[in-house]
Design a protein around this ligand. Structure first.
Ligand code: COA
Length: 388
């Protein structure tokens, strides 16, 4: 297996982008990644794009071909593949591109992630997202994603004494980080009181405990590590890549407060990279709801099970903490265009490891981790990146 490097990143702004279409967003991100990598479009061997539900959000399927076409790549007739794994579509697209380069099937591969969610009304967006839950056992009965995560939050509070304030502190931290990210959807400082007093969505989760409905895109360029130095001297390699699944419905799990997909995917990635959780200098984790970040830092092994809330309260995950989590603002405040999220998380880690994260730079970051979840934990990818 060959070692693989990421030599280019591209990001659009996230938010309600009514003046930009799906194809404009992904083309903008892809063009930025190609320019950043310093490659010519004609050098690209294959394209992978993650998108969760473009058919329902904008009435467009067959987006592998669409993205290749709008990027001018169909003149070379390269293979273009769309990957769907709910909110983990982006991480999964990266994982498949990584496998293709590592296996020696392709050399230079572009990976995109894109979603355009704000062209439908909020209730319709909620219904579309709920299609990633178990239709027969959950969604049919009216359960939405906020509701599923609310059940997990209640159980975590009952089992481990996690407090309402600790949940709110995740949102406060991530909104504060997003103030330093020009691409973030929200540039609004909030307090614990703001979160607790925001409108209820699914108790105990309020509006400010939720990631928003967003538009946006992100892209990466991958190549074999040995070839990377032809393009850049700031080389970031993929040191570990893990993927795992769990039961689609929450009731199929022994413990709804542990995402076994995160545990399995991260252990696979740590083993491949030859590192321990304590070696991670910076992490982007899947905080689709405040409770999700608490679960993530526990399941990734940064803290013991049940101690996630306390860790946030003690500042362990702050930008100047022991393991800075979501310096980009996370899904909560940077935004969550579902198919783009997993790719954007990795782009942020690459910028951190290259020392190019501007005001949100974590000093001396050498090893970073990106954690992307599909649905309520039924699928997960974890990527560990290392500055070479
Ligand atoms: N965080 C912070 N502010 C938010 C927000 C969020 N998640 N969602 C909306 N807002 C703001 C809007 O910007 C708007 O502000 P303004 O009045 O200053 O313009 C205001 O709140 C109302 O926005 P609106 O779009 O009417 O909110 P809504 O009630 O329709 O939707 C949620 C709010 C929380 C229901 C929606 O964001 C949501 O469904 N989030 C979860 C998405 C999800 O499940 N993703 C998949 C995860 S697995």
């Amino acid at each position: 297996m060959r070692e693989v490097a990421i030599i280019g990143v591209g990001l659009t702004k996230f938010g309600e982008l009514w003046d930009k279409s799906f194809r404009q967003l992904i083309t903008e991100a892809g063009t930025k990644a190609i320019l950043d990598a310093g490659i010519r479009g004609s050098e690209i061997d294959a394209l992978y794009v993650g998108s969760m539900s473009p058919g329902r959000f904008i009435g467009q399927e067959h987006v592998g071909a669409l993205v290749a076409d709008s990027s001018g790549l169909t003149v070379m007739h390269i293979p273009a593949t769309r990957i769907e794994s709910a909110c983990a579509s982006g991480g999964m697209a990266l994982r498949h591109a990584y496998i293709a380069v590592a296996a020696g099937i392709h050399d230079i591969v572009i990976v995109g992630g894109v979603e355009k969610m704000t062209d439908v009304v909020g209730s319709e967006a909620t219904n579309i997202l709920a299609m990633a839950a178990d239709q027969e056992w959950e969604a049919f009965f009216g359960v939405t994603f906020p509701a599923l995560y609310a059940m997990i939050a209640r159980r975590h509070m009952y089992e481990y004494g996690t407090t309402r304030e600790q949940l709110a502190m995740v949102a406060v931290k991530n909104h504060e980080n997003a103030l330093l990210n020009p691409n973030a959807q929200f540039h609004r400082k909030i307090t614990v009181e703001d979160v607790i007093n925001s409108p209820p969505v699914a108790t105990p989760l309020n509006l400010l405990d939720c990631s928003p409905i967003s538009d946006g895109a992100a892209a990466l360029v991958l190549c074999p590590l040995e070839k990377a130095k032809e393009y850049t001297d700031k080389i970031v390699k993929i040191a570990g890549s893990g993927q795992a699944t769990d039961s689609l419905a929450l009731h199929g799990r022994e413990d709804i407060c542990t995402f076994m997909s995160t545990v399995r995917a991260s252990r696979e990635a740590y083993k491949q990279a030859g590192i321990q959780p304590k070696d991670v200098d910076v992490a982007e984790v899947h905080d689709c709801f405040t409770i999700a970040e608490i679960l993530a830092i526990e399941d990734l092994g940064f803290v013991k099970k049940g101690e996630g809330g306390k860790a946030v309260e003690e500042g362990l995950t702050a930008r100047d903490g022991e393991i800075p989590v979501n310096p980009s603002g996370g899904l909560k405040a940077k935004g969550h265009p579902v198919g783009a999220t997993g790719v954007a998380q990795v782009a942020e880690i690459v910028l951190q490891l290259r020392g190019e994260a501007e005001k949100r730079q974590i000093p001396d970051a050498r090893i970073g981790l990106a954690h992307n979840i599909g649905g309520s934990g039924a699928s997960c990818t974890v990527h560990i990146l290392e500055a070479v």
